[in-house]
Design a protein around this ligand. Structure first.
Ligand SMILES: [Zn+2]
Length: 476
């Protein structure tokens, strides 16, 4: 098989990714490097242009509008035109009616510990169909429902400005900005309901995605993204936390467990590699002024969010949330005690911070929807050999691929080489890494578009694939 090695990465590389026999350089490396650079600048300029259309004043106005529904509790009125969850969901749908977007109410009737009688729970969903690969889907979510101290209290005012008005307005703002542009893949904007009553909106969306046959590449869930200080005065206005799953839960069985025990994969679920991707993106776009703190845990200690339901369905999902939570101003009855005000109101929020997190989401959605889908069938081999071979299934929309590696104890991907799509035959691609012992590294592959938008890296370990694992237990 003929491989073209276009470039070798990272200066610190002591072990070049190269193919021994038929590798050759297309053009002088310097000219190529300059072309690369220009391509990357154009790519990032477009991402930043979209991101900086995020308007702080508009976010603020949308939060005020959401708070004005009084309560958005899941058990509140469905048909009162002014107060309650029904009016709020209708409003979110209206806000996302832009040219080219299909807006729908996606509902189910549910009961649970916090939903004593059968209740209709509805998500506001807007779909921006991809121009080339409509089945590849990138999803941004926030939850529109709110609560106070008693989770069953559906009559008291529950402003839910930050939890999760903040995530909801980020979804709406992203729809406003990105609907004016075109992307090869589909973007779904969803304001979820029923989160506070048991993550129902996430479950309803995950079921809908499966029923529609969406190839979900990423779910960016935003839940509490609008404050920067805690009640103890500790502030971190330049950091957003990003929670991701470690070993994948969906499809995990004895067989996968045994394979991971032998080969690894405890730190390379698609959710984890989506987290690495978003961290790297924020680093690449310092203009956003936001550092991603990856938290390698599914969610905050003992707590949850809608992305968990997506993960349970086998879809790569992460949760963005503030660096410092303010426990006095979430899930609280509105009151003042001993001079301390409790309640989730807009006055306690940091809108410049919310704008930054929203910008990162907009840039990430644009980048992911511009990239080819992550490759499937990524595998490494090379036991008892001085070389490693990495193989994967060709991605029809890929212009080229990046083959990545990192030390087994390294947090993030360290270096990569480029492999042209023309090097693949019969839908199979491979790269041989000379002098690289498979034992000592983790390998991965990203698919890259002509415009140099790369997919997240898919790790060559059991459970690393971005698609849901067949419930039969097959993991190819
Ligand atoms: Zn929440």
């Amino acid at each position: 098989m003929r491989l073209t090695v276009l470039a070798l990465a990272l200066a610190t590389s002591t072990a070049a990714i190269a193919h021994p026999q038929e590798a050759h350089q297309h053009a002088p490396a310097k000219a190529q490097e300059a072309g690369h650079q220009m391509m990357h600048e154009a790519r990032d300029k477009a991402l930043l242009e979209a991101a900086f259309e995020v308007d702080e004043a508009r976010l603020r106005a949308d939060i005020d509008r959401l708070v004005a529904f009084g309560t958005r509790h899941t058990l509140s009125s469905q048909d009162d035109p002014e107060r309650g969850i029904g009016a709020a969901v209708s409003w979110a749908m209206d806000e996302m009616r832009h040219d080219g977007l299909t807006v729908e109410r996606v509902c189910d009737t549910v009961t649970g510990d916090r939903i004593p009688t059968p209740t209709r729970v509805c998500n506001a969903v807007a779909i921006q169909r991809g121009t080339e690969r409509p089945d590849d889907v990138v999803i941004i979510t926030g939850h529109i429902d709110s609560r106070v101290t008693d989770p069953l209290d559906f009559t008291s005012d529950a402003p839910g400005a930050n939890d999760d008005g903040s995530g909801t307005v980020a979804v709406i703002e992203a729809a406003r900005i990105l609907s004016k542009r075109q992307f090869p893949a589909t973007i779904v904007y969803a304001a979820l309901s029923g989160e506070e009553q048991g993550l129902f909106g996430g479950r309803i969306l995950a079921d809908h995605a499966a029923a529609e046959g969406w190839n979900v590449i990423a779910n960016l869930n935003n839940d509490i993204i609008g404050n920067s200080c805690g009640s103890d005065g500790h502030c971190e206005p330049d950091v957003v936390r990003l929670f991701s799953e470690g070993p994948r839960r969906q499809g995990y069985d004895e067989r996968l467990g045994a394979m991971q025990h032998r080969l690894g994969g405890e730190n390379d679920a698609p959710s984890r590699n989506l987290s690495r991707y978003l961290d790297a993106l924020a680093e690449r776009l310092p203009q956003l002024g936001l550092d991603v703190r990856q938290i390698w845990r599914t969610d905050r200690w003992g707590r949850g969010g809608d992305h968990i339901r997506m993960l349970e369905k086998g879809f790569p999902a992460v949760r963005f949330t503030v660096a410092v939570e303010d426990y006095d101003h979430q899930h609280q009855d509105l009151r003042t005690e001993d001079g301390t005000f409790y309640g989730d109101v807009a006055a306690e929020m940091d809108f410049p911070y919310l704008a930054k997190v929203t910008r990162l989401n907009v840039a990430a959605l644009a980048a992911l929807a511009s990239a080819p889908p992550p490759p499937s069938g990524v595998k490494a081999s090379g036991a008892v050999s001085t070389d490693t071979e990495v193989k994967w299934n060709a991605v029809p929309s890929a212009d080229h691929y990046q083959v990545w590696m990192r030390r087994t104890d390294a947090a993030n991907w360290e270096k990569h080489g480029h492999i042209a799509a023309t090097a693949c035959t019969d839908g199979q691609c491979s790269a041989t890494l000379d002098g690289i012992r498979v034992d000592d590294w983790i390998f991965g592959v990203a698919a890259v578009s002509k415009g140099h938008h790369a997919s997240p890296v898919v790790a060559a370990v059991p459970g690393g694939d971005f698609r849901p694992i067949e419930e039969s237990g097959e993991d190819d």
